[in-house]
Design a protein around this ligand. Structure first.
Ligand code: PYC
Length: 332
């Protein structure tokens, strides 16, 4: 290895961290961003670990790199990095990355106000509104999202048997709603939601095969979505999404909200054209909406959109030097 330096723009989307790496990109091979993601995981995952984990990051850390797009219909391509790996798509990450990239002039969209992104999960269109030199809000129209499995039985030590739906919104999410053995996320401390979430994720990955119907590179469950009653009058629901080993998303989670929209659509609880305001564990909100109906393979699916905001909190210059025994990070 040696010594490598990465310039980063740091900030957050509705409370959840985003670290956009603006220099030090490893060269990636692949015919599209999905293949490039696999190449990064195989050859360069040490960069992710060094930039996301302690002592240079922390258990909540999340971010990405921008690359030239391989698709002619996109302005730019995104590689997401996070403590759990490289996500196919990250909603809060996209809102942050678009905000930072526009404010700092890192990208020039073909159509002002609209940035077309090639993500490993597919095309994501970001529409942004400006307030002077700042980006005020970003609405992302996400990849097709769908209810994958209904009424899945799981058993975890703390709660016993649960019935969950598994939905896809750019990542797969088991969604835990009110039932006999679980009332509301508000009944648990964040540390309990994390521990129960890890058990539930493990159970599902051990007992069920979760593979995207049209893209087998996307497989397995990395996140768990606990739900509850909102605390704000204008929110429809609240969630707490576990990612990595010990992170609860401080935003309402973009792909998690997309999955929740798809689950509710699959259950006939929301229709195309309707909105759904999702509230996070800290009370921040995303406005979700079903933009259109579609199909993924044989499955009924939706095109969801998610709207939120992000701010830059600083810049950093991070060095990964293999003389440092913690160069590749650690978790406790
Ligand atoms: O916003 O999609 C999201 C996300 C995934 C993991 C953390 N946030």
């Amino acid at each position: 290895m040696g010594r490598y330096t990465y310039h980063c723009i740091d900030g957050h989307t509705c409370g959840n961290p985003v670290r956009l790496v603006v220099s030090g990109h490893p060269p990636l091979e692949g015919k599209d961003q999905g293949e490039r993601r696999l190449h990064f995981l195989k050859e360069f995952d040490w960069i992710r670990k060094g930039l996301m984990f302690e002592p240079r990051g922390h258990s909540q850390m999340s971010g990405g790199f921008l690359y030239p797009a391989t698709r002619p219909d996109c302005d730019i391509a995104v590689l997401y990095i996070e403590t759990s790996g490289c996500l196919p798509m990250c909603g809060h990450g996209t809102i942050g990355i678009v905000t930072f990239a526009i404010e700092k002039g890192l990208v020039t969209p073909a159509t002002p106000g609209v940035l077309r992104l090639e993500t490993p999960a597919g095309l994501v269109v970001a529409e942004y509104k400006m307030d002077g030199e700042y980006v005020k809000s970003v609405k992302i129209t996400n990849v097709p999202s769908f209810l994958f499995k209904k009424d899945v039985k799981v058993t975890i030590p703390k709660l016993g048997e649960l019935t969950v739906d598994i939905a896809y919104g750019g990542n797969f999410y088991p969604i835990v709603e009110t039932q006999a053995n679980f009332r509301d996320m508000a009944d648990y401390k964040p540390s309990e939601l994390i521990e129960m979430g890890r058990d539930l994720r493990q159970y599902i990955n051990d007992h069920y095969e979760i593979i995207h119907p049209t893209d087998e590179k996307i497989r397995g469950v990395r996140h768990v979505q606990w739900t509850g009653q909102p605390t704000k009058a204008d929110s429809h629901a609240r969630n707490a999404v576990l990612y990595g080993e010990s992170a609860i998303d401080r935003s309402p989670c973009g792909t998690g909200t997309s999955a929740r929209l798809a689950q509710r659509y699959g259950r006939g609880l929301i229709k195309a054209g309707e909105s759904f305001v999702h509230e996070s564990i800290i009370g921040s909100q995303f406005i979700g909406r079903i933009e259109a109906e579609t199909k993924v393979g044989e499955l009924d699916a939706i095109i969801p959109s998610i709207e939120g905001w992000a701010v830059i909190t600083g810049t950093s210059q991070i060095t990964l030097d293999d003389r440092d025994p913690y160069c590749h990070g650690f978790e406790v």
